[in-house]
Every structure is written in C-alpha cells, then in structure tokens.
Design a protein around this ligand. Sequence first.
Ligand SMILES: [Zn+2]
Ligand SMILES: [Zn+2]
Length: 135
Amino acid sequence: MSARVFLGALVAVVLALRLLYSIVRRRRRAEPSGLRCPACQAQRLVVTAAIVLPGSSPLDLEALACRRCTFRGAGVRTSDDHVGYPLPPLEWGRLSSAILRCPSPRDPACTCAEHLREGRVWTDTRAREGRFVID
Ligand SMILES: [Zn+2]
Ligand SMILES: [Zn+2]
C-alpha cells in the first residue's frame, strides 16, 4: 500500500468517525431527558397525562411514570414549585383514567366530574406521604 493511499484511507476513516459522532450527539440532544425518578434515580420519569386544576393559583396535576422501573406517582406543578408523591399502581391508574376522561384537561374552569373530584383530592396535599422535589 502506498503512503498516499494509506493517508487517503486514514482521512476517510476520520471523516466517517466525525460524521458518526455528530449524528450520535444530535440524537442524544433530541432524546427527551425526562425527570429524575425518586426510586431508581434515572432521568426516565415522564408525565403521561396532565390536568390543570383550579385554585388560588392553578396547578398542574400530572400522572408520572418511570420508563426504567415500576415507580408511579403524581406530580403537582405550581408557579412556585414542582413536587411529586408516590402512588400505588391502582391509584395511579385511577388518576390516569380520570385525566383521560376529562373533555378539557387544560382548562381549570372545566366542571366535569373528574375535574371536581381531582380538585377536591389534590388542592390539599399536606396529609400525603413521600413528597419529593422534581427538578
Ligand atoms: Zn425509576
Ligand atoms: Zn374536566
């Protein structure tokens, strides 16, 4: 193999690697990072459904699920903070289907049965256990 052919091949390999690297980097950036799961610590906690509840300041109630472990929970997002509470699977399923049944989950003034019930349940979270901060 002559030195020129060898150098040409080397340059081609380097260019191919650089292209591959930029593709991987772009893909990694596009991947949704997710929230940090309080159970397994992976950035794989995602909001599977959300509903805006009325209140002095409207709050976002979210069904949270970890894509890596079995953790399920509810997130409460206000203008001040974003916290979560672990939920047993049955309660999480009930919350998720309640949000799906609401005809207008982004509207805090919606008066459907799910909105009224979740509003009652989630406007006072002082008695809830396992509160964790979502960042
Ligand atoms: Zn997890
Ligand atoms: Zn509703």
